[in-house]
Design a protein around this ligand. Structure first.
Ligand code: SAM
Length: 304
């Protein structure tokens, strides 16, 4: 591992792993956070690590091999979390981690198409068996749908111009072809991010159905926790963080009736307590070592 995964200390502190505890890392990736959880829950804590990406899982398997007797790694979507827990014969767990989005390993893998920095096929699937690639979207969607996708999931103001130039030049096959086209219509702004950043984010989110998956896993994660168990979620952009924030706010309230309604009719009961009202951001020193940490936000909740 080149450096510790994002917000490492904060995650381990939040989950407070203990000997004999049961933990789920829904996005185990190369196993960086999982290593910390297994070490901190020695000698008897058990971890279930899920990921869609078989390459990530094999790296995790290597890194975590000293803990093989108390580790289960499975290629599966975190949206199947409740079922995975039942399949293990567990009833509830002591901690759940979701470290959302794409890993440094996936970004750096030149064949996966997640990055515009090297030439690669427009793939962007976490699961290489997934049905849709970024190329399918780029080359198959009508211009208006492509523009809406880029606007909605990339929060890109120049979405219409980008969709037009794509449609005029398709079929497109590689990341560099796409990034080059985008650079023709979007200039580097004050934020100094690459002009293709937001469009690539949008394509990745839709290729992997990331936001819908996040909405599906959050209730399962809370339901799986034992009282006092902790949920930690790291989001990397505002669309993800908004879903996490709204979910945690709703689940930590006893009533979710509209604000002006005098009497409660919803019967909703809080299931969690928010451990931190505001998201935890990485320290500047972490951002200097790992610039990809810059936009990360950690939210923590505890089951009531
Ligand atoms: C930011 S990385 C996690 C890095 C990890 N925490 C570590 O320490 O190495 C996010 C991971 O989530 C995985 N992923 C994305 N969507 C998923 C899903 N629906 N189910 C399971 N894993 C998913 C990706 O393949 C990626 O490996």
């Amino acid at each position: 591992m080149a450096h510790k995964p994002v917000l490492y200390q904060e995650i381990i502190h939040a989950l407070n792993p203990r000997d004999g505890g049961l933990y789920v890392d829904g996005t185990v990736g190369s196993g960086g956070h999982a290593l910390g959880i297994l070490e901190a829950s020695s000698p008897g804590g058990v971890l279930l690590g899920l990921d869609l990406d078989p390459i990530a899982l094999s790296l995790a398997g290597e890194l975590l091999s000293p803990f093989a007797d108390r580790l289960i790694l499975k290629q599966a979507s975190y949206t199947t979390m409740s079922q995975q827990i039942v399949d293990l014969g567990w009833s509830q767990v002591d901690g759940v981690l979701l470290d959302l989005g794409v890993s440094s390993m996936q970004l750096d893998d030149k064949d996966r198409g997640f990055s515009f920095l090297g030439e690669a096929p427009l793939d962007m699937r976490f699961n290489p068996e997934g049905l849709v690639t970024a190329a399918d979207l780029i080359n198959g969607l009508p211009e208006k749908e492509l523009a809406d996708l880029i606007y909605r999931y990339g929060e890109e103001r120049k979405s219409r111009q980008i969709a037009r130039v794509i449609v005029e030049n398709r079929p497109l096959y590689t990341t560099t072809e796409l990034a080059g086209l985008i650079s023709r219509v979007v200039k580097r702004g004050k934020d100094d991010i690459h002009p293709a950043t937001r469009t690539f984010q949008a394509l990745r989110i839709v290729t992997n159905d990331e936001l819908r998956n996040l909405e599906a896993v959050l209730p399962q994660a809370v339901e799986s926790l034992t009282p006092g168990g902790r949920l930690a979620v790291i989001a990397f952009h505002s669309l993800e963080d908004r879903i996490v924030k709204d979910f945690l706010r709703r689940e930590s309230q006893d009533c979710i009736c509209p604000p002006k309604q005098p009497l409660c009719t919803c019967g909703h009961k809080a299931t969690i307590r928010q451990v931190t009202r505001r998201p935890i951001r990485p320290e500047e020193t972490e951002i200097t070592i790992n610039p990809r940490a810059r936009s990360s936000r950690l939210r923590i909740a505890e089951k009531i």
